[in-house]
Design a protein around this ligand. Sequence first.
Ligand SMILES: Cc1cc2nc3c(=O)[nH]c(=O)nc-3n(C[C@H](O)[C@H](O)[C@H](O)COP(=O)(O)OP(=O)(O)OC[C@H]3O[C@@H](n4cnc5c(N)ncnc54)[C@H](O)[C@@H]3O)c2cc1C
Length: 344
Amino acid sequence: MAPRIVVLGAGINGLSSAVCVQQACPLAQIQVVAEHFSPDTTGDGSAGFWTPYLLGGDNVERSMNLCEVTYRHMMQLARSPLAGQIKIQKLSGYNLYCGLPPVIPLWAKSVEGFRQLTQEEMKQYPTVDSATFFTSVNMDVPHYMDWLMKRFRSKGGMFTQRKIENIEEIASECDILINCSALSARFLFKDEQVYPTRGQVWKVHATWIKHFYFAVAKEKDSLYVLPGVDYVTVGGTAQAGDWNTNPDPKDAARIWEQALVHWPELTHATPVQAWAGLRPSRPSIRLEPESLNMHGRPLEVIHNYGHGGSGITMHWGCALEVTAMVLETLGADQEQIKLLVSRL
Ligand SMILES: Cc1cc2nc3c(=O)[nH]c(=O)nc-3n(C[C@H](O)[C@H](O)[C@H](O)COP(=O)(O)OP(=O)(O)OC[C@H]3O[C@@H](n4cnc5c(N)ncnc54)[C@H](O)[C@@H]3O)c2cc1C
């Protein structure tokens, strides 16, 4: 009998997991069940920018590997005929450090053209102490989500809009449950390690901004200007433990005021929308299988949540690992798994 797989969650991690598993297991019946779909998921309002940020500090090596796999995937899409449909682009720019020694991140060797700014170049940024330059990649996430959804549906994947109050509700409907429920894992799986880190940003029109800027200061929220294809995202806040998803006018005013201090070139930008969302923070992402017993019936769960501020940055690496775990659960050997995952 074809295995029945439910993916719980239709954010970027749920959809990318569903697409990858479907491709590797074409005979499986796969259903994505979620309360919210694009454009109402966290990634839809995010900047869609590749950078490891607000990511749990445990198991850093594994997280970096997932980020690097995703960098290569996003860079490949940005150089493909799909780029204009997904609205994904290579984007070069600056990490600026205030009151901090020069930082060479662990991922520096994996990205294009990473270097420190020269003394001469630093003169353009009098408010910062050190800076680096590199090429990243970003996308307008709702377009990418639309592409993932169409791809999944065209191969027989199903979507169900439904809020799950407890796991028992869907346990009898599947053999494997892929849990991409982000913050809801706190309630559905009693995981108190996952908590919100609220982020508020501005979406503005400013077509003349062609580089990204990410300013990090000691004990202050980072400030950033991240141009996408449709909007420039200007942020932001990082409020741990705050569950408020409504934009706060005080945050909005402060973000704009501070952004203009660093980037006067934003002065004639047209504000489009203030947006707030909740990053699903955790000391480390939870990307692992768990065997549960639901009233005498086994349920294999594969968890994929807790990506904090890096859910876009690591989504594809995580989806590939989820796929390997599903194949293993279905009895594939390591050689088969390697081959099938390498084709994704
Ligand atoms: C302001 C801001 C800017 C950001 N910018 C970036 C960035 O530039 N780059 C980056 O890498 N990351 C960024 N992030 C982080 C990124 O957006 C998240 O890490 C990522 O979107 C999380 O995706 P997810 O699929 O795990 O969760 P979500 O998008 O939160 O999706 C969870 C899914 O689970 C479903 N669900 C939950 N509970 C239930 C239930 N009980 N029943 C049914 N369905 C349920 C939801 O409806 C939803 O479909 C940003 C975040 C914020 C807030």
